[in-house]
Design a protein around this ligand. Structure first.
Ligand SMILES: NC(=O)c1ccc[n+]([C@@H]2O[C@H](COP(=O)([O-])OP(=O)(O)OC[C@H]3O[C@@H](n4cnc5c(N)ncnc54)[C@H](OP(=O)(O)O)[C@@H]3O)[C@@H](O)[C@H]2O)c1
Length: 166
């Protein structure tokens, strides 16, 4: 099993503000959907609650919520008390590539503990104000793919799909 992480990050490492996303890039939303479809998506409780009710649980994926609350429940989701436990669930189910999908606390914990094999990083080429950040990947991470998309009528700025592996 290869464990992946997927994130969209501004030039100044912002990923969120007031428990919400700070930009709207439909092409990236579709990329996220296509990349994670049929897999386990592992998320922090705050990230889960930031998803509008009508879109959660995320369809066609096994939604796994990480929380320290013993009695937390969410219909149609698996609730666990650690990322390791989430990864065990994915392994038991035979998922070859579960995805850690944020937010900030969960990303940081997964990276610091060496749980991630591959990072799908959408670099949004703008600076934003925010309150949640993605760590700068250290030099052991190598970019193995980079595809740039230009701004257009639906996308306010350029962005690049990058994939990193160790
Ligand atoms: N740009 C992107 O790609 C992207 C992607 C995802 C999210 N986001 C943004 O990120 C922000 C949310 O991130 P966040 O850092 O505030 O919260 P988060 O990581 O989504 O969730 C934090 C919560 O997860 C649980 N948790 C965290 N570490 C844990 C651990 N080691 N063991 C057990 N439970 C743990 C705790 O839940 P309890 O408090 O219930 O115990 C904690 O309060 C939002 O603004 C969202 O829009 C951005």
């Amino acid at each position: 099993m290869k464990v992946s992480l997927i994130v969209a990050v501004s030039e100044n490492q912002v990923i969120g503000k007031n428990n919400d996303l700070v930009w709207h890039l439909p092409h990236d939303m579709n990329y996220f959907k296509k990349t994670t479809e049929a897999h386990h998506v592992i998320m922090g409780r705050k990230n889960f609650e930031s998803i509008p009710h009508k879109y959660r649980p995320l369809p066609n994926r096994t939604n796994v919520i990480v929380t320290r609350q013993d009695s937390y429940q969410a219909e149609g989701c698996i609730v666990v008390s650690s990322i390791i436990e989430a990864l065990e669930k994915a392994k038991e189910a035979g998922d070859a590539e579960p995805f850690v999908i944020g937010g900030g606390e969960i990303y940081r914990h997964a990276l610091e503990n060496g749980l991630i094999d591959r990072v799908y990083l959408t670099r949004v080429h703008e600076n934003f104000e925010g309150d949640t950040f993605f760590p700068i990947l250290d030099s052991e991470w190598k970019c193995i793919r980079s595809i740039k998309k230009s701004a257009d009528e639906k996308h306010f700025c350029d962005f690049t799909y990058e994939i990193y592996e160790k």
